[in-house]
Design a protein around this ligand. Structure first.
Ligand code: ADE
Length: 254
């Protein structure tokens, strides 16, 4: 996977991405990252990249020319037109499913905006995907681009140490991950659940699955609509719901 980020703050991308697991994957050659400074492509003698909006209004708008030229320089080096992701609160909300789809690409270009936005004409010309990371407004697209690259990178074979860890985690099958425990066995009078010490793999797998169901029901019930549940799972959830109704009743009575 080769990432290319069009930005006014390349050092923010480089510093944010060159550490930890992603940094190691870049060193190993599993990923590459190129942060392109849009300002380097400005034909203006003062390297200006923004101007006032036509029609008036607050703030400045990023101009089309430097962004387009920066993009063309990237495209020239590629065999086929890449997907170009513009980070914007007006886009589709990013999800694990979108990450899985994007992880199949050889090259991804991220376009990071600033100020009051980007001249619409260059967006029409180069952008293939409009993506938001949630319903809130950030000062620029760099953090969302890094969120997306981090999520996509851990799906690339070899990036995570343990090949299965991407498979079992939250969202992969629309269920939240089960709780985890490590040493010591007792901490602040809290014991690690007995079954995890039993060495009985089948029982452990069943307990973990039930914990996933319970967690998802309690914390993110909306996810259960998409989860592939069998009869046994549905029964288990009904039981949790019934137990919860009883404990809610007890609370009201007190
Ligand atoms: N730029 C500013 N806010 C954003 C958001 N929520 N998602 C993606 N890009 C953004």
């Amino acid at each position: 996977m080769n990432y290319h980020v069009l930005t006014l703050f390349p050092e923010m991308i480089e510093q944010g991405m060159n550490t930890s697991i992603i940094g190691r994957a870049i060193e190993q050659g599993l990923l590459s990252l190129e942060a392109v400074n849009i300002r380097d492509y400005s034909t203006n003698k003062h390297h200006k990249v923004d101007d006032y909006p036509y029609g008036g209004g607050a703030g400045m708008v990023m101009q089309a020319q430097p962004i387009y030229d920066a993009y063309c320089a990237l495209e020239k080096k590629m065999e086929k037109k890449p997907r170009v992701i513009y980070l914007t609160p007006q886009g589709r909300t990013f999800s694990q499913k979108i990450a899985q789809d994007l992880a199949k690409e050889q090259n991804l270009v991220f376009l990071c905006g600033h100020y009051e936005g980007i001249d619409e004409r260059v967006l029409e010309e180069i952008v293939t995907d409009y993506v938001s990371i949630g319903d809130y407004v950030l000062t620029g697209g760099e953090l969302p681009a890094m969120v997306m690259m981090d999520t996509i990178s851990r799906l690339i074979p070899g990036v995570l140490n343990n090949e299965d860890s991407a498979e079992y985690e939250s969202f992969q099958n629309s269920l939240l991950e089960h709780p985890q425990y490590s040493r010591p066995e007792v901490w602040k009078d809290k014991r690690v659940p007995e079954v995890l010490l039993s060495g009985h793999h089948e029982k452990i797998a069943q307990w973990r699955h039930e914990q996933s169901l319970e967690r998802t029901f309690l914390r993110r019930p909306d996810l259960l609509e998409k989860a592939p549940l069998d009869k046994k799972d549905k029964k288990y959830i009904e039981q949790i719901a019934a137990n919860q109704a009883i404990s809610d009743e007890n609370v009201t009575e007190e």
